[in-house]
Design a binder for this molecule. Structure first.
Ligand code: ACO
Length: 424
């Protein structure tokens, strides 16, 4: 095993180097503080490995994304969301029998306890579906407490995968004042979700296979992304021993922010704003470059991908195909393409290696499918769910210690308490 040497205050410390199966190197500092009294400072954790993981491999320089060794390009083209969920959660691609059984379980656990409908009624009509989703996900723990053995854990995993799409669709129905549509077991995972989203009691609803397959692929593209903000939240909360549903609820909350999953909604709002303002892309490119202007080009930039985001490439291709098949001429797609073209040849973006990320085109596709803007991040959460669950399971199997980072204190040093009447 190779080692790294670090010298501090005249003393040398030998630290072991951990090498991953793809040759990535990490310096093991787990015992460094105990030996030296010093910690490593890394605000935003950009250079910190929080765990060893066998689920997802990313090479941000080369634009590689693989789940359990399978490339995202292969999975997006040849697999399905349910199969990828199985792969992430259980570690291998399923046999036909395993896939059928898994699919059967996901359909047969998709109903919600009828009492849960009362929760939906308590939310204001303006409630953002992401807030509803995280609240409802946490509330599942009141119905399905932690069990005693691994079969109980697995049952709750299946329940969560099966019910989150029902909760997602109900949160949409609640926000538009339509009656809830109950799940149907004959439609498959994504078809059933579309049916619960779009069907109304007054009409028959046919699932469009083109839209279903594109939505399935979008979910596959979002299925996991190693230790991003929401996944790290899941591992962090889960490390305390909190139950699965509360833990995933925390992940959903982390995902909702505009710098993370909420970016897909923010991209569309940005494109609509540019369109309403006369479509002057250059003005917005200049705003994004101006340090004094808080405006950022939403859907651009990524902490890890520095050449391209492989998911964005796949989505861009699909967006063209789906939009022409649906016969939709979305002016926002043109604005998006023009923004991308100008930004990619601008030195500001080139120097900072800012490329379109997965959110840049996903919103346009969701729009084309008739999904309202406030549901985009909910779709992201549905897609990311198997990844969160897989990472949570791995963290449990590794018997991970409670996550507890340290800090460098920069506040006041000790001072005497001052009575209120003596304060200036
Ligand atoms: N528009 C304009 N400038 C940008 C953008 C952007 N979208 N992203 C980064 N920059 C600039 C920063 O201002 C900074 O410039 P400086 O070096 O002159 O100070 C430099 O590029 C580095 O940016 P950081 O914010 O330090 O990069 P970080 O890795 O911390 O942030 C992030 C990554 C949050 C994705 C950022 O690029 C961003 O805010 N993008 C827009 C929001 C977005 O699309 N989020 C979705 C991410 S993907 C996902 O969660 C699925």
């Amino acid at each position: 095993m190779s080692t790294a040497t670090l010298s501090l205050d005249g003393k040398e410390y030998e630290l072991s180097v951990v090498v991953g199966t793809e040759g990535e190197k990490g310096i093991d500092i787990a015992r460094f503080r105990a030996e030296s009294g010093a910690i490593m400072l890394d605000p935003g954790y950009g250079n910190t490995g929080s765990c060893e993981s066998g689920i997802t491999f990313i090479n941000g320089e080369q634009g590689i994304l693989r789940h359990r060794g399978y490339s995202i390009e292969d999975l997006a083209e040849k697999s399905s969301f349910v199969e990828v969920a199985y792969l992430l959660v259980y570690g291998n691609l399923p046999s036909t029998e395993e896939l059928n059984r898994f699919g059967y379980r996901l359909t047969h656990h998709s109903m919600l306890h009828e009492d849960m409908k009362k929760f939906f009624e308590g939310f204001p009509p303006s409630a953002h579906p992401m807030s509803v989703l995280s609240t409802m996900a946490a509330s599942l723990s009141t119905y399905y407490p932690d069990g005693d053995d691994e079969d109980d854990v697995d049952l709750n995993v299946v329940r969560l995968l099966a019910k989150l799409k029902t909760i997602a669709a109900f949160s949409h129905k609640k926000s538009i004042g339509h009656p809830y549509v109950y799940p149907r077991n004959d439609l498959g995972y994504v078809g059933d979700f579309m049916h619960m989203m779009f069907a109304v009691p007054t009409e028959t609803y046919e699932v469009d296979p083109l839209v279903r397959d594109a939505l399935d692929m979008l979910l596959v593209l979002h299925a996991d992304h190693e230790q991003n903000c929401s996944t790290s939240t899941v591992r962090m909360v889960g490390s305390s021993g909190a139950d699965l549903f509360s833990t995933i609820s925390a992940g959903i909350s982390a995902l909702s922010g505009p710098l993370h999953g909420g970016a897909n909604q923010a991209v569309i709002q940005m494109l609509e704003g540019i369109r309403a303002d006369g479509g002057d892309y250059n003005k917005y490119i200049e705003k994004a470059k101006d340090r004094d202007d808080p405006f950022r080009l939403m859907g651009f930039g990524h902490r890890v991908y520095k050449n391209f985001d492989p998911r964005a490439r796949i989505i861009k291709k699909t967006a063209d195909k789906i939009l022409s098949a649906i016969g939709l001429d979305d002016p926002l797609l043109d604005i998006a393409k023009n923004l991308e073209r100008i930004a990619l040849s601008d030195p500001y973006f080139e120097e900072r290696r800012l490329y379109p990320n997965v959110d840049f085109y996903s919103g346009i596709l969701y729009r084309a499918m008739g999904i309202p803007t406030n549901m985009f991040t909910v779709l992201f959460a549905m897609g990311r769910l198997p990844g969160w669950i897989a990472q949570w399971k791995e963290m449990r199997d590794q018997k991970s210690r409670i996550h507890r980072p340290r800090q460098i204190y920069i506040g006041e040093t000790a001072r005497p308490y001052v009575q209120i009447e003596d304060r200036g």
